[in-house]
Design a protein around this ligand. Structure first.
Ligand SMILES: [Cu+2]
Length: 456
């Protein structure tokens, strides 16, 4: 809760001050854009040139901003990945992002590192198309900047020494507000009765990334787009998103005049987290808050994970895109990447919590470390002996379980590569190494056989 919130939640008008970041009510540092949580929403038309100056006023802390959903083919150096596409923006310097918003739909921007994003640096990036070409334009009456829903996990302050990442998530926020601060400061979406509204939802931030299910009491959601891409619409009672995903739905305001909760429910590390906001019909007097989820049990859920579809569920495999797959993506070479988390057998203890330092993530047995210069713009400044891949293991790594290096895989210009990620879970010291093979599906089953169960 920032200082400007004054006596929020006791005085609810203070909670609604534009610059009051109430979050879930506890005191912690934030990194936010323009003193707002979420940051200002950016609304543009397709192919507009977006110019954003990032003035970094954080002493001794550098960052970059990633524009999620924008391919940036014309200006890859504007993608916002530190030490890969650009140098990070140092404290007290300014960097100008300038690129074409080529990909329409619901997107968002965020500070690139997980920690900065979890500290609050994110905001909506909505790219609209002309009515003539918007494929679902006939399915709704209103597409307003008032109906943007940014979901985020809110955590303890990473800088205060909390050591177990599994214990971090405290609340699910909707547009930077959480019911923990009391119902006064919930986000409210105003609607008129008997209209169809396009709601644009993005799950922007979180240290853990637990799936979140959204629903609106007594209403169905007609899902029309995923990650900015139009799909054949599905009508569901709730829909699940994970970190980074976007989803557009149409809400028909066909219930009696009242206020209905828009819920964001998550089970995160066995904690029940309930994000709340309010959909308020015009003419609602404030007396009768509808508070029933009649549809939850007897209607389908939309699950964007790879589930088995059965009655009551729409799974990712059922989703049909309105756009045909581009012809250049039909022929591809597969490349397999094995991801695992290495446990070095040494447990650090801090109180009763296991220290996160004992877990090391690896891809193809390499742990990525950042190069001293951006790979895209200054590749020649990166010493060759820091780089690694399957064909080139640095001398320092021979015989070592953990190899930190600038992991670089080469792909020929103009080719299409299908990247297959294999999650191998947790590995212990001396356990089987990830076998990296290209082009054989038999190898995949072999890899799965080598998977070490999580509850070793
Ligand atoms: Cu992103």
């Amino acid at each position: 809760m920032s200082q400007i919130c004054d006596d929020c939640p006791a005085n609810s008008s203070n909670c609604n001050n534009l610059y009051c970041t109430s979050a879930e009510g506890s005191t912690r540092g934030t990194i936010i854009a323009n003193r707002q949580l979420p940051g200002p929403s950016i609304q543009v038309c397709q192919n507009d040139i977006l110019v954003v100056d990032i003035i970094n006023k954080i002493p001794g802390h550098s960052l970059t901003v990633h524009w999620r959903g924008q391919p940036n083919h014309e200006a890859p150096f504007m993608d916002g990945v530190p030490m890969v596409t650009q140098c990070p923006i140092s404290g007290y310097t300014t960097f100008q992002y300038k690129f074409r918003a080529s990909s329409p739909g619901t997107h968002f921007y965020h500070a690139h590192s997980d920690a900065d994003r979890t500290d609050g640096f994110f905001g909506a990036l909505i790219v609209r198309q002309a009515n003539k070409v918007e494929p679902h334009g006939k399915l709704y009456d209103v597409d307003s900047k008032e109906h943007i829903v940014l979901l985020s996990e809110w955590s303890g302050d990473l800088s205060t020494g909390i050591v177990n990442e599994d214990d971090l998530t405290k609340a699910i926020m909707i547009n930077g507000k959480s019911p923990e601060v009391s119902g006064h400061s919930l986000s409210v979406f105003n609607v008129e009765k008997d209209k169809r509204y396009r709601f644009r939802v993005a799950y922007t931030a979180g240290s853990v990334g637990c799936p979140v299910a959204i629903s609106v009491d007594s209403h169905l959601l007609k899902i029309i787009a995923l990650d900015g891409n139009p799909i054949n619409p599905y009508e569901v009672s709730s829909a699940e998103l994970t970190k980074g995903e976007r989803l557009d739905f149409v809400l028909k305001t066909n219930q009696k005049i009242g206020a209905y909760f828009l819920r964001a429910k998550s089970t995160c590390n066995e904690n029940e987290l309930n994000g709340l906001s309010m959909i308020s019909y015009d003419g609602f007097s404030g007396a009768n808050i509808e508070n029933k989820i009649v549809l939850e049990e007897n209607f389908r859920k939309f699950d964007t994970s790879l589930c088995n579809s059965k009655i009551g569920k729409v799974c990712l495999g059922d989703v049909r895109s309105l756009n045909k797959i581009p012809s250049n993506l039909r022929k591809f070479e597969p490349a397999y990447f094995c991801i695992n988390m290495y446990h070095d057998n040494v447990c650090y203890f801090s109180g009763s919590l296991k220290d996160v330092r004992s877990k090391i993530y690896r891809i193809n047995n390499f742990t990525f470390t950042y190069p001293p210069s951006p790979l895209l713009t200054q590749p020649n400044d990166v010493p060759l002996n820091l780089m690694c891949n399957e064909l080139n293991t640095p001398d320092k790594c021979v015989g070592q379980s953990v190899c930190e290096c600038v992991h670089l895989e080469y792909i020929a210009l103009g080719t299409t590569t299908e990247i297959i990620l294999i999650d191998q879970g947790m590995y212990m010291q001396n356990s089987v190494y990830c076998l990296f093979q290209v082009g054989s599906f038999e190898r995949i089953s072999l890899l799965y056989k080598h998977q070490v169960p999580e509850n070793y």
